[in-house]
Design a protein around this ligand. Structure first.
Ligand SMILES: Nc1ncnc2c1ncn2[C@@H]1O[C@H](COP(=O)(O)OP(=O)(O)OP(=O)(O)O)[C@@H](O)[C@H]1O
Ligand SMILES: [Mg+2]
Length: 235
Protein backbone atom coordinates (compact mmCIF):
# COMPACT_ATOMS: atom_id res chain seq x y z
CA UNK A 1 0.00 0.00 0.00
CA UNK A 2 2.67 2.51 0.96
CA UNK A 3 6.42 2.70 0.68
CA UNK A 4 8.16 2.04 3.93
CA UNK A 5 9.49 5.21 5.48
CA UNK A 6 7.00 7.43 3.72
CA UNK A 7 4.35 6.92 6.32
CA UNK A 8 4.35 9.75 8.88
CA UNK A 9 4.99 8.51 12.40
CA UNK A 10 2.23 10.80 13.67
CA UNK A 11 -0.86 11.68 11.72
CA UNK A 12 -3.57 13.83 13.28
CA UNK A 13 -6.74 14.51 11.33
CA UNK A 14 -9.37 17.11 12.22
CA UNK A 15 -8.85 16.82 15.95
CA UNK A 16 -11.31 18.47 18.35
CA UNK A 17 -11.18 18.57 22.11
CA UNK A 18 -13.86 19.95 24.37
CA UNK A 19 -13.30 19.51 28.09
CA UNK A 20 -16.51 18.45 29.77
CA UNK A 21 -19.26 16.17 28.62
CA UNK A 22 -21.08 18.26 26.07
CA UNK A 23 -19.65 20.44 23.35
CA UNK A 24 -20.26 23.61 25.31
CA UNK A 25 -17.88 26.51 25.62
CA UNK A 26 -14.60 27.00 23.85
CA UNK A 27 -12.87 23.89 22.54
CA UNK A 28 -9.18 23.47 23.48
CA UNK A 29 -8.54 22.00 20.02
CA UNK A 30 -10.63 23.02 17.06
CA UNK A 31 -10.16 20.76 14.10
CA UNK A 32 -6.39 20.64 13.96
CA UNK A 33 -4.42 18.37 11.66
CA UNK A 34 -0.74 17.48 11.67
CA UNK A 35 1.75 15.05 10.18
CA UNK A 36 5.18 14.41 11.63
CA UNK A 37 7.83 12.37 9.86
CA UNK A 38 9.91 9.73 11.58
CA UNK A 39 13.02 11.14 13.21
CA UNK A 40 11.86 14.73 12.98
CA UNK A 41 12.70 17.23 15.73
CA UNK A 42 9.74 19.56 16.18
CA UNK A 43 9.29 22.61 18.39
CA UNK A 44 5.74 23.56 19.27
CA UNK A 45 5.25 27.16 20.35
CA UNK A 46 2.08 28.97 21.28
CA UNK A 47 0.49 31.24 23.84
CA UNK A 48 -0.62 29.97 27.21
CA UNK A 49 -3.97 28.26 26.83
CA UNK A 50 -3.60 27.70 23.07
CA UNK A 51 -3.86 23.91 23.46
CA UNK A 52 -0.28 22.58 23.43
CA UNK A 53 -0.54 20.37 26.50
CA UNK A 54 -3.96 19.20 25.37
CA UNK A 55 -2.49 18.05 22.07
CA UNK A 56 0.44 16.27 23.74
CA UNK A 57 -1.87 14.49 26.18
CA UNK A 58 -4.02 13.28 23.29
CA UNK A 59 -0.98 12.12 21.31
CA UNK A 60 0.16 10.18 24.37
CA UNK A 61 -3.26 8.58 24.72
CA UNK A 62 -3.55 10.09 28.22
CA UNK A 63 -6.82 11.72 27.23
CA UNK A 64 -9.24 11.21 24.37
CA UNK A 65 -10.35 13.59 21.66
CA UNK A 66 -13.96 14.70 21.31
CA UNK A 67 -13.66 14.12 17.56
CA UNK A 68 -10.98 13.39 15.03
CA UNK A 69 -8.33 10.80 14.49
CA UNK A 70 -4.82 10.16 15.79
CA UNK A 71 -2.62 7.57 14.14
CA UNK A 72 0.77 6.68 15.57
CA UNK A 73 2.88 4.56 13.26
CA UNK A 74 -0.28 3.81 11.31
CA UNK A 75 -2.15 2.66 14.41
CA UNK A 76 -5.41 4.42 15.28
CA UNK A 77 -5.16 5.29 19.00
CA UNK A 78 -8.93 5.12 19.53
CA UNK A 79 -9.06 1.60 18.12
CA UNK A 80 -6.44 0.47 20.66
CA UNK A 81 -8.83 0.94 23.58
CA UNK A 82 -7.81 2.01 27.08
CA UNK A 83 -5.58 -0.98 27.74
CA UNK A 84 -4.00 -0.77 24.32
CA UNK A 85 -3.21 2.89 24.82
CA UNK A 86 -1.62 2.21 28.21
CA UNK A 87 0.49 -0.52 26.65
CA UNK A 88 1.44 1.80 23.77
CA UNK A 89 2.44 4.53 26.20
CA UNK A 90 4.51 2.21 28.34
CA UNK A 91 6.34 0.48 25.55
CA UNK A 92 6.73 2.92 22.69
CA UNK A 93 6.40 6.45 23.99
CA UNK A 94 8.62 8.70 26.07
CA UNK A 95 7.17 11.63 27.95
CA UNK A 96 9.16 14.44 29.60
CA UNK A 97 7.22 16.86 31.80
CA UNK A 98 7.93 20.42 32.85
CA UNK A 99 8.24 19.47 36.49
CA UNK A 100 10.23 16.27 35.96
CA UNK A 101 7.61 14.07 37.58
CA UNK A 102 10.04 11.64 39.11
CA UNK A 103 8.76 9.34 41.81
CA UNK A 104 10.16 10.82 45.03
CA UNK A 105 10.49 7.53 46.88
CA UNK A 106 12.56 5.93 44.13
CA UNK A 107 16.24 6.58 43.38
CA UNK A 108 17.40 7.86 39.99
CA UNK A 109 18.19 4.29 38.98
CA UNK A 110 14.83 2.98 40.17
CA UNK A 111 12.94 5.72 38.34
CA UNK A 112 14.62 4.75 35.08
CA UNK A 113 14.41 1.02 35.74
CA UNK A 114 10.68 1.26 36.50
CA UNK A 115 10.10 2.65 33.04
CA UNK A 116 11.75 -0.47 31.59
CA UNK A 117 9.79 -2.76 33.87
CA UNK A 118 6.52 -1.17 32.76
CA UNK A 119 7.61 -1.69 29.17
CA UNK A 120 8.15 -5.37 29.97
CA UNK A 121 11.92 -5.16 29.47
CA UNK A 122 13.56 -5.04 32.92
CA UNK A 123 17.23 -4.55 32.12
CA UNK A 124 19.34 -2.99 34.91
CA UNK A 125 22.36 -2.53 32.64
CA UNK A 126 20.26 -0.52 30.18
CA UNK A 127 19.01 1.70 33.02
CA UNK A 128 22.56 2.36 34.18
CA UNK A 129 23.71 3.07 30.62
CA UNK A 130 20.85 5.54 30.10
CA UNK A 131 21.83 7.43 33.25
CA UNK A 132 25.47 7.46 32.14
CA UNK A 133 24.43 8.82 28.73
CA UNK A 134 22.94 11.89 30.41
CA UNK A 135 26.01 12.39 32.58
CA UNK A 136 24.66 10.91 35.80
CA UNK A 137 27.00 7.99 36.31
CA UNK A 138 27.76 7.79 40.03
CA UNK A 139 24.47 9.42 41.03
CA UNK A 140 22.27 6.38 40.38
CA UNK A 141 21.40 5.90 44.03
CA UNK A 142 20.39 9.48 44.77
CA UNK A 143 16.77 10.29 45.45
CA UNK A 144 15.17 13.12 43.44
CA UNK A 145 15.43 15.53 46.39
CA UNK A 146 19.18 14.88 46.47
CA UNK A 147 19.54 16.05 42.86
CA UNK A 148 19.47 19.54 41.33
CA UNK A 149 16.61 20.57 39.04
CA UNK A 150 18.77 20.03 35.96
CA UNK A 151 19.89 16.63 37.21
CA UNK A 152 16.31 15.61 37.91
CA UNK A 153 15.35 16.59 34.39
CA UNK A 154 18.25 14.50 33.09
CA UNK A 155 16.86 11.52 34.99
CA UNK A 156 13.50 12.22 33.35
CA UNK A 157 15.18 12.27 29.94
CA UNK A 158 17.01 9.03 30.69
CA UNK A 159 13.70 7.52 31.76
CA UNK A 160 12.13 8.49 28.44
CA UNK A 161 15.10 7.45 26.28
CA UNK A 162 15.82 4.12 27.96
CA UNK A 163 12.78 2.49 26.37
CA UNK A 164 14.09 3.40 22.93
CA UNK A 165 10.69 4.80 22.05
CA UNK A 166 9.86 5.87 18.52
CA UNK A 167 8.46 9.15 19.85
CA UNK A 168 9.32 11.46 22.72
CA UNK A 169 6.85 14.14 23.76
CA UNK A 170 8.33 16.86 25.94
CA UNK A 171 6.06 19.46 27.53
CA UNK A 172 8.25 22.44 28.39
CA UNK A 173 11.18 20.26 29.42
CA UNK A 174 13.24 23.31 30.32
CA UNK A 175 10.44 25.48 31.66
CA UNK A 176 11.49 25.08 35.24
CA UNK A 177 15.23 25.54 34.72
CA UNK A 178 17.55 28.52 34.35
CA UNK A 179 18.66 29.36 30.80
CA UNK A 180 22.09 27.76 31.09
CA UNK A 181 20.78 24.49 32.50
CA UNK A 182 17.89 24.58 30.05
CA UNK A 183 20.25 24.85 27.09
CA UNK A 184 22.24 21.93 28.41
CA UNK A 185 19.08 19.83 28.71
CA UNK A 186 18.02 20.70 25.17
CA UNK A 187 21.49 19.81 23.87
CA UNK A 188 21.23 16.46 25.54
CA UNK A 189 17.67 15.67 24.54
CA UNK A 190 18.04 16.68 20.91
CA UNK A 191 21.43 15.02 20.59
CA UNK A 192 20.14 11.73 21.91
CA UNK A 193 17.04 11.85 19.73
CA UNK A 194 19.16 12.56 16.65
CA UNK A 195 21.48 9.68 17.42
CA UNK A 196 18.64 7.24 17.89
CA UNK A 197 16.39 8.61 15.13
CA UNK A 198 13.71 9.29 17.71
CA UNK A 199 10.89 11.63 16.73
CA UNK A 200 10.78 14.52 19.19
CA UNK A 201 8.00 17.03 19.78
CA UNK A 202 8.89 19.62 22.38
CA UNK A 203 6.59 22.33 23.65
CA UNK A 204 8.40 25.49 24.53
CA UNK A 205 8.15 29.16 25.32
CA UNK A 206 11.88 29.74 24.89
CA UNK A 207 13.04 31.01 21.51
CA UNK A 208 16.34 29.18 22.00
CA UNK A 209 14.42 26.00 21.15
CA UNK A 210 14.27 27.24 17.53
CA UNK A 211 17.95 26.44 17.18
CA UNK A 212 17.36 22.82 18.03
CA UNK A 213 14.29 22.07 15.97
CA UNK A 214 14.12 21.07 12.34
CA UNK A 215 10.53 22.16 12.16
CA UNK A 216 8.70 24.89 14.04
CA UNK A 217 4.99 24.74 14.72
CA UNK A 218 2.80 27.39 16.22
CA UNK A 219 -0.40 26.62 18.11
CA UNK A 220 -3.02 29.31 17.81
CA UNK A 221 -6.42 28.95 19.41
CA UNK A 222 -6.46 25.18 19.17
CA UNK A 223 -5.00 24.84 15.68
CA UNK A 224 -1.42 23.90 14.76
CA UNK A 225 0.25 25.91 12.02
CA UNK A 226 3.63 25.87 10.34
CA UNK A 227 5.84 28.69 11.48
CA UNK A 228 8.79 30.08 9.53
CA UNK A 229 9.49 32.98 11.85
CA UNK A 230 12.64 31.34 13.17
CA UNK A 231 14.18 29.21 10.46
CA UNK A 232 16.45 26.70 12.08
CA UNK A 233 20.08 27.12 11.03
CA UNK A 234 21.67 24.56 8.71
CA UNK A 235 23.06 21.18 9.81
N1 LIG B 1 -8.65 19.57 32.44
C1 LIG B 1 -9.16 20.66 31.87
N2 LIG B 1 -10.48 20.98 32.06
C2 LIG B 1 -11.02 22.06 31.47
N3 LIG B 1 -10.34 22.89 30.66
C3 LIG B 1 -9.05 22.63 30.43
C4 LIG B 1 -8.39 21.50 31.02
N4 LIG B 1 -7.10 21.49 30.61
C5 LIG B 1 -6.97 22.56 29.82
N5 LIG B 1 -8.12 23.25 29.70
C6 LIG B 1 -8.36 24.45 28.88
O1 LIG B 1 -8.02 24.14 27.53
C7 LIG B 1 -7.30 25.21 26.92
C8 LIG B 1 -5.94 24.71 26.45
O2 LIG B 1 -5.16 24.37 27.58
P1 LIG B 1 -3.69 23.73 27.47
O3 LIG B 1 -3.29 23.29 28.81
O4 LIG B 1 -3.70 22.73 26.38
O5 LIG B 1 -2.85 25.02 27.01
P2 LIG B 1 -1.29 25.19 26.81
O6 LIG B 1 -1.08 25.69 25.41
O7 LIG B 1 -0.57 23.96 27.19
O8 LIG B 1 -0.96 26.39 27.83
P3 LIG B 1 0.37 26.65 28.74
O9 LIG B 1 1.39 27.25 27.80
O10 LIG B 1 -0.10 27.63 29.75
O11 LIG B 1 0.80 25.35 29.35
C9 LIG B 1 -7.24 26.31 27.97
O12 LIG B 1 -8.29 27.21 27.72
C10 LIG B 1 -7.46 25.60 29.28
O13 LIG B 1 -8.09 26.43 30.21
MG1 LIG C 1 0.80 23.50 28.74
Amino acid sequence: MFFLGMQPVIRVTDLWKYYGDDEQGEPALRGTSLEVSAGDIVALFGKSGSGKTTLLNLLAGLDRPTRGRIEIEGQDLEALGERGRTEFRRSRLGFVFQFFNLLPTLTAFENVFLSLELAGRPDPAAARAALASVGLAGKENRYPHELSGGEQQRVAIARALVKKPSIILADEPTGNLDTHTGTHILDLLVDQCRQTQTTLIMVSHAMITCQYARRILQMEDGVVMEDRSCEAPGP
